[in-house]
Design a protein around this ligand. Structure first.
Ligand code: COA
Length: 417
């Protein structure tokens, strides 16, 4: 079966997480992704947080599956020549270097466009072009702070808090992948003209925090936010506060203790009080008298005692594990889930069956777990392969660029590859 992106050649000049997450996704769907890495060292994540001495770290392997690896020193004249040839034959160049690095290498957008007018140059930076922080280098948590996630995450009496989810890195990579596919589609319609696609980490975080921007405007207008735990008994300042585990919108929710919470830090479920599910909730937790009680029957009546209601539900949960609780609540159509640990997810049969978590082979590491495609297609079975060793495909790629074996040997001798 032909894969949807087969024939799209991508120069993958990315490192760490944001860029590699993007190109890995495109590789899964069939693009020919050639990761360009500095000879000798490669992507810094190959050696970061290693669990097996001398073997590529999981940090690298889990972000670079289905790719080829070409080592290339793009600061040497020979390396620049190889890159030039590669640009002429490729469709997309993806990079997430620090600001200005590609220009300093001699590959400005103007120059790349001259070499290949169809080229799509896709970049991740911490901040957008022209932003007053555009010169800053940025990592995940920096972006979460800059994009509004940290100030709105955590509890009211604690400091700004970052999320474990890679809102700055992988999320930006996903935005960039959408940008690249959009530019490829546009190229098909406009006579093969490429374009520059830029995504900033700050913008990508903010795009996911849009409901907090909504809340800022509501707060400006009315001075309170009724779905936050600060309402109605606490105080609001003039900025969106940290809302703890509160549910957004019209569905109050909270993380509730289940059996064993005293010793198991993850013996919790997330419980949502969906307005129209009030009657089933009352039946499920053994409080049928609340169904028609005016003090409880509407969302606004419940608002000032929502934490008392959660405490009642916790009392009901006290003799049930998180899995038992969800198995009961699902019969009442209540939106809820157990708080899952990484260990539980790694062994989850459904995630294994759907390929969302998958085991792959690596030449030196052996088998390891990685994430598979979260997007499922009716006409594509996404196969995940192990990540490449540093420079594993150097000679193969050079041959496709027309280099003879003698020239390839000379490039090695000059330490250009
Ligand atoms: N051959 C020769 N030189 C290479 C090379 C290669 N194959 N690959 C990279 N380099 C050079 C770059 O040209 C750059 O040189 P210069 O600064 O002298 O011009 C140098 O390596 C360092 O690159 P840089 O990307 O700035 O690395 P860093 O380790 O200092 O910074 C980041 C890392 C992630 C902070 C930075 O790349 C960044 O801010 N990127 C944008 C945002 C981002 O993606 N953040 C990370 C998300 S996971």
């Amino acid at each position: 079966m032909t894969k949807p992106l087969e024939g799209i050649k991508i120069i993958d000049f990315t490192h760490v997480q944001a860029g590699p997450a993007c190109t890995q996704l495109l590789a899964w769907y069939g693009a020919d992704v050639i990761k360009v890495e500095r000879p000798g060292a490669g992507d810094v994540t190959r050696s970061q947080l290693r669990d097996i001495p001398g073997v590529d770290a999981l940090y690298f392997t889990m972000l670079n599956s289905n790719k080829k690896s070409l080592t290339l020193d793009t600061k040497t004249p020979e390396g620049k020549e190889v890159l030039t040839r590669l640009i002429k034959q490729s469709d997309v160049l993806v990079e997430n270097f620090g600001p200005g690095a590609l220009d300093r290498m001699g590959f400005t957008w103007e120059h790349i466009r001259e070499l290949n007018p169809g080229m799509i140059v896709a970049s991740v930076k911490g901040f957008s072009d022209g932003h007053h922080y555009e010169d800053l280098k940025v990592y995940e948590n920096v972006a979460q702070c800059a994009g509004g996630a940290a100030s709105t995450t955590g509890f009211d009496d604690g400091p700004p808090t970052v999320s474990a989810a890679a809102l700055g890195d992988s999320n930006t990579g996903m935005h960039l992948a959408i940008g690249i596919l959009t530019a490829l589609h546009a190229r098909n319609r406009n006579g093969g003209k490429g374009q520059k696609v830029a995504v900033s980490m700050q913008d990508s975080v903010l795009n996911l925090c849009r409901v907090k921007l909504r809340d800022q405007q509501r707060l400006d207008r009315i001075g309170y936010l009724e779905e936050y735990p600060q309402y109605p008994h606490g105080k609001f300042s003039d900025v969106v506060p940290r809302g703890g585990n509160a549910g957004g919108g019209g569905q109050p929710g909270w993380v509730l203790k289940c059996k064993g919470w005293e010793t198991d830090p993850n013996a919790y479920i997330y419980f949502t009080i969906q307005g129209h599910a009030w009657a089933p909730i009352c039946r499920a937790i053994g409080k049928p008298e609340w169904i028609e009680d005016p003090a409880y029957m509407t969302a606004s009546a419940r608002q000032d005692k929502i934490f008392d209601i959660f405490a009642t539900i916790e009392a009901w949960l006290a003799d049930k594990t998180k899995f038992e609780a969800v198995n009961i609540l699902r019969k009442f159509d209540i939106p809820c889930a157990p708080v899952m640990t990484m260990k539980e997810l790694a062994n989850d049969e459904s995630l294994r069956a759907s390929g969302t978590i998958t085991e792959v082979d690596h030449k030196e590491r052996g088998k390891y777990l990685t994430v598979g495609s979260p997007i499922k297609f009716s006409d594509l079975k996404v196969e995940i392969t192990g990540s490449p060793l540093l420079g594993e495909h150097t000679n193969e790629v050079l041959e496709t660029l027309g280099y003879s074996s003698k020239e390839i040997a000379a490039l090695h001798a000059a330490s250009a590859v």
